[in-house]
Write a protein of this length. Structure first.
Length: 344
C-alpha cells in the first residue's frame, strides 16, 4: 500500500502552491479537509466516456480533499476556476496519519473510483487490489473491506451526483471561512534581496529579476508583504519622523520601491514598527506578530546583514536566507513555499 500526503508533493509536486489542512467537526463533516490552490501551471486533462475531456489540474483550479472519520475513503474533488467540480477521484484507504512535518497522509488501498457530473463512474486499479491480495500484502478481510467500501462510495456518491457536488461546495466554503484569517505574510528586506547593495550609490538600483521572482512568489502564494528594511522609514506613516531624523534618502528609496512594485501589481501591505526600544529586526517582527495575532504562516526574506534572528528560534525557523551578492533567487522561492505550507 502507498502513503499519500495531502500536500501532494510527491506525485503532483504541488508543494509550491498554497496548502491548508484543517480538522472539521461540525454538522457538515467530522474529519480532515485539505485545500490545494493551483495558482499556476499548464492544464492537464482526463478523458471520460460521457464527460469527454475534463481538466484535472491547471491555473486557478482548487483541489479539495475530504477524509471523513469512520469511513475508509479519501474524496478528492477537483474544482474549476468557476467553483464547479470538474471530476472526483476517490481513494479507498486503509488508515490516516500525520507526518513529522505536520502534513496529513493516508495509506491507499489501491481501489479507486472516478466520477464526473456527466454520470461517469470508473472503477480504477481493481487489478492492483487483486494483485496485492494474491501476493499476500492484503489479508482476505482487508481485500473484502476494500471492495465493500468501493461499492458504498458508488452507492452514496454517484447515485445523486448533484447532491455530492453541492456537499463538496459547502465543505469548501466552510473550510475557506475557517482559514480566512490564515493569510500568508512575507516579511521583506530590500538591500541584498531586491538589490545588491552598493555603498557608493546614494539611491540603490533594484534588480529586475529579483522583482520578477518576488512577483512570482506573491502571485503563487497570494501573500501580504510587510517591509522590514530601513527603507520603511520613508513610508507615509513615518515620513514626518524621517524628516526629523534627516532620513530624506529613505523617502526617495520608498517612492522608488513602491513605484517599481506597483508596476508589477505588487502591493506593500504594511511595515514593521519603527521603535527605538526595539533593538533588532527579530524584536520588530516579534512585535508586529504580537500586534497581528492572526498571522500564523509567514516567511522572512533577508540577507541577515544586521540580524540572523538567532535570538528567537521560533522566528528564525521562518527565515529564508538570501545571498546579498545575488539577490532573490528561484531556490529562495522554493524554500519560502515549503515554509509556508509546513510551519504555522
Amino acid at each position: 500500500m502507498n502513503k499519500m500526503r495531502l500536500v501532494r508533493d510527491k506525485k503532483w509536486f504541488f508543494q509550491s502552491f498554497p496548502y491548508h489542512q484543517i480538522y472539521m467537526d461540525n454538522d457538515l463533516l467530522k474529519g480532515w479537509v485539505s485545500i490545494n490552490y493551483l495558482t499556476d501551471g499548464e492544464t492537464r486533462y482526463w478523458d471520460y466516456e460521457k464527460a469527454g475531456r475534463v481538466p484535472v489540474c491547471g491555473k486557478d483550479m482548487v483541489w479539495l480533499t475530504i477524509i471523513p472519520d469512520n469511513k475508509s475513503r479519501c474524496i478528492g474533488a477537483y474544482f474549476l476556476p468557476n467553483r464547479r467540480v470538474s471530476t472526483w477521484y476517490i481513494d479507498v484507504i486503509d488508515s490516516v496519519g500525520i507526518d513529522e512535518d505536520g502534513v496529513v497522509y493516508y495509506i491507499d488501498k489501491y481501489l479507486d473510483i472516478m466520477l464526473t457530473t456527466a454520470g461517469d463512474v470508473v472503477i480504477k486499479d481493481r487489478d492492483e487490489l487483486d494483485a496485492a491480495y494474491a501476493s499476500g500484502e492484503l489479508s482476505k478481510a482487508q481485500y473484502d473491506d476494500a471492495l465493500c467500501e468501493g461499492e458504498r462510495i458508488v452507492n452514496e456518491l454517484a447515485s445523486d451526483i448533484e447532491a455530492t457536488e453541492q456537499y463538496c461546495i459547502e465543505v469548501l466554503n466552510c473550510a475557506e471561512k475557517m482559514i480566512a484569517e490564515d493569510r500568508f505574510t512575507i516579511f521583506l528586506d530590500i538591500d541584498g534581496v531586491l538589490d545588491i547593495f552598493n555603498p557608493k550609490q546614494a539611491v540603490q538600483e533594484l534588480i529586475p529579476q529579483a522583482i520578477s521572482n518576488l512577483k512570482n512568489l506573491v502571485c503563487r502564494t497570494k501573500a501580504d508583504i510587510v517591509i522590514i528594511s530601513d527603507w520603511r522609514y520613508g513610508a507615509p506613516q513615518y515620513r514626518e519622523r524621517a524628516l526629523d531624523y534627516g532620513y530624506r534618502q529613505c523617502i526617495k528609496h520608498w517612492d522608488m520601491l513602491e513605484a517599481a512594485l506597483s508596476k508589477e501589481n505588487i502591493t506593500i501591505n504594511n511595515v514593521t514598527p519603527w521603535d527605538d526600544k526595539l533593538k533588532n529586526r527579530t524584536a520588530e517582527i516579534k512585535k508586529y506578530l504580537e500586534e497581528h495575532p492572526a498571522i500564523k504562516r509567514y516567511v522572512i526574506l533577508d540577507d541577515c546583514f544586521s540580524d540572523d534572528f538567532g535570538s528567537d528560534r521560533n522566528i528564525q525557523k521562518h527565515l529564508v536566507f538570501v545571498d546579498a551578492l545575488k539577490g532573490l533567487q528561484h531556490e529562495n522561492l522554493e524554500e519560502a513555499c515549503k515554509i509556508m505550507n509546513l510551519l504555522r
